[in-house]
Design a protein around this ligand. Structure first.
Ligand code: SF4
Ligand code: SF4
Length: 426
């Protein structure tokens, strides 16, 4: 809910969703006939692809086209029926792997992780657990130039409307403790911090981690702001992001459960928001098409309606309801075409709303002039483009309905692609 000052000079306030006692348990959605996984690898670079159409797949098996560290986990056994290229936002290419799912009674499970789970280590966590719900990232622990000094578990949701991570703190705190203990054991790091909203501070105390709270005002749960405002007070100075490994509460629960049982948890908890604004947690096998969730709630997608992956501030539009639930899909919002605020070509009126709300203190009204003119290097050199933490607040408040946030993301992506191309040529 937005609260705007009568005088217009105080920045508007957006409140995070708060999970309450009445929150219903997640609705379980059964396996689809097909699941689909988008791997962060382009088919063009996979001359000797590890997988091909027709290959059988077991539940929990790693799905990757090369033996790089990027992979996903199949949530069901079945047979690969299609491998193709999927072009995502900003033209980024993924490999889409479609699996025809075996019937429930003939599901088979990959035992590779079970064979190593008795000896928890960073290596087997990286090799088997990076595709768990919440998409835990272990790569930072292998960067010897930037040693990780602290583990931060996010028991907060980083966008509005979502309650996925709060659900795990409220209902699975012992599983979080197990996951935290395991992470500390395999990393040798004793400094684990659990970040929660104020109303979950008491329950979080059983996690065994140091508990810190954030307030309910958006975007206080953003990792960059957590580092600036909460973790900095730990040692009196700002910590660099490279010294901190962030994990979602869901991922930490999944890591603990995986090592405790030898079985990989492959169901994702997602906050589903229907067109009429009803919010419901759902539990779905990773790879399930969004259409299956729509079917469960008798929700119809008409021409012009929008499917948003993530929250209303930072989420991205999916191109179709066939898009799958992936390990990092915390929320899915369905918007009726009549609810969509159209963006416009209206010029900036210099109202200053974007500057007032920007948590990175960027002069967004000046930045947008460079971005609209395509002067990305000037935007980076003269207007703090790369200080933007991508909270999306500027777009939300823009009086002229300029898609400021999208301009920023495009500019960053373009500059980073240019830099990567230059390095590759060199
Ligand atoms: S998206 Fe970036 S520029 Fe816009 S308000 Fe957030 S931090 Fe500031
Ligand atoms: S909120 Fe929009 S119109 Fe107002 S100064 Fe910022 S970019 Fe310009």
């Amino acid at each position: 809910m937005i609260k705007r000052s009568f005088f217009g000079l105080v920045k508007p306030k957006l409140q995070y969703e708060i999970i309450d006692e009445a929150q219903a348990e997640p609705v379980s959605i059964k396996a689809s006939k097909q699941i689909m996984l988008y791997i962060d690898q382009s088919l063009e670079n996979t001359g000797n692809a590890l997988l091909k159409t027709g290959d059988p797949v077991k539940a929990g098996q790693k799905i990757a086209m090369t033996d790089s560290v990027d992979y996903l986990l199949s949530s069901k056994s079945g047979q690969i029926s299609k491998i193709s290229t999927f072009v995502g936002i900003m033209g980024k290419k993924f490999t889409s792997v479609t699996i025809d799912v075996d019937s429930e009674s003939s599901q088979t499970v990959d035992e590779s992780f079970k064979n190593v789970c008795q000896t928890p280590s960073l290596e087997n966590a990286r090799d088997f657990l990076a595709g768990l719900p919440g998409q835990p990232d272990f790569n930072g622990f292998f960067d010897m130039d930037k040693p990780v000094k602290a583990i931060v578990v996010l028991g907060v949701d980083d966008d509005l409307l979502s309650t996925t991570n709060q659900y795990f703190v409220k209902n699975n705190i012992i599983a979080i403790k197990t996951g935290v203990d395991l992470l500390c054991k395999i990393t040798g790091i004793s400094n684990a911090i659990l970040i929660v909203p104020q109303h979950l501070e008491q329950v979080a105390g059983s996690s065994g981690a140091i508990v810190k709270t954030v307030d309910s005002e958006y975007p206080s749960a953003h990792p960059e702001l957590i580092m600036q405002h909460i973790l900095a007070s730990e040692d009196g100075k700002s910590k660099s992001k490279s010294g901190i490994a962030f994990f979602s509460a869901e991922a930490v629960c999944a890591i603990g459960a995986a090592y405790n049982t030898g079985k990989l948890p492959l169901e994702k908890i997602v906050t589903f928001v229907s067109k009429n604004g009803n919010k419901q947690l759902v539990s779905v096998p990773i790879g399930t098409p969004i259409q299956d969730i729509l079917n469960k709630f008798n929700e119809t997608l008409n021409d012009g309606d929008r499917v948003i992956l993530g929250g209303p501030m930072k989420g991205i539009s999916a191109f179709s309801a066939e898009y799958p639930v992936l390990p990092d899909t915390d929320a899915i919002i369905i918007q009726d075409k009549n609810q969509i605020t159209e963006r416009s070509d209206t010029a900036c009126i210099n109202c200053g709303e974007c500057v007032r709300v920007c948590p990175a203190n960027i002069q967004v009204n000046q930045l947008i002039r460079f971005l609209e003119a395509g002067q990305y290097e000037e935007a980076a050199d003269q207007n703090d483009l790369f200080s933007c933490i991508e909270c999306g607040f500027c777009s939300y408040v823009c009086e002229s309905r300029i898609p400021v946030f999208q301009h920023i993301k495009l500019a960053k992506h373009t500059l980073e692609s240019m830099k990567a191309a230059e390095e590759s040529n060199a």
